[in-house]
Design a protein around this ligand. Sequence first.
Ligand code: ADP
Ligand code: MG
Length: 293
Amino acid sequence: ATPISTMIGIGKAAELGVLIRNGDALQRASEITTLVLDKTGTLTQGRPDVVELELAESAESRQVLNLIHGLEKNSQHPLAAALNRYCDSQGVEPLDVQGFETLDGLGVRARTEAGESVLLGNRRLMQQQGIDLSPMAGVEQRWQQQAWTQVYLAYQGQLLAMVAITDPLREDAAPALQRLHRQGVKLVMLTGDNSASAEAVSQQLGIDEFQAELLPQHKLDYVAQLQQRGEVVAMVGDGINDAPALSLADVSFAIGSGTDVAIESADVALMHDSLDGLADAVELSRATLTNIR
Ligand code: ADP
Ligand code: MG
């Protein structure tokens, strides 16, 4: 593209709140064949809510919420916000914890002041840490039919509670993805969440392909595989656990609600916190690049 047409293309996109970093990014955006989407906070509103809390036999609800709040007050994850809000609504104070750690794609971990271990996260995390889930197998089975995100709490190596969380889809997700389909872009969803929840979302939105229970490394590998198949891969995520995959993608998108780092390093930043900007970017970049050929 000539410098002038590139400038005009980037300028038009900016009017729609689609900030394209430079001419190179505009060029690559015009060539996108596959779009990889993160689920939580990207396809969903990222304003999840707690729907159910199930306690193990020995557990007591204030103690459970006290632990959960103590861990999640340190986390930036969208699920943490839901859990913190729920604890607040129940009038439960956060416990003081030490050695807080985020385990990307899995959950969080810390110790109480007395040195007891507390673990909160998904099934994969519990299995990895050897937590026996059988005491709550019935709950798991019942919840499996729902598209809920399931979070497990373990204390001193014992399963103490399970929390079910729902995160409604963004209202603009379905129409925005339909537009991308009409542009011939293949849609792939990669998520760290469980496969029941991933399948429900992917069916509702007409996603072509999805992979669930992924760690950040798996997301990276998947983007690499798509590129090896000859796809020009764009990716949109919030940067919470998909930063490596985002940086490998040919075109990285960040939405307004993403982390600062994701927005600063993105090839295209969507300022309006709407997925419509994805199709706008494809449309405008193609129009700019084909006009001058
Ligand atoms: P996604 O790929 O959909 O954005 P993530 O990789 O961020 O999902 O998270 C994957 C799963 O890890 C979540 O569904 C949740 O079960 C668990 N998890 C991650 N962070 C937290 C947290 N702070 N608290 C509880 N669970 C978490
Ligand atoms: Mg995420």
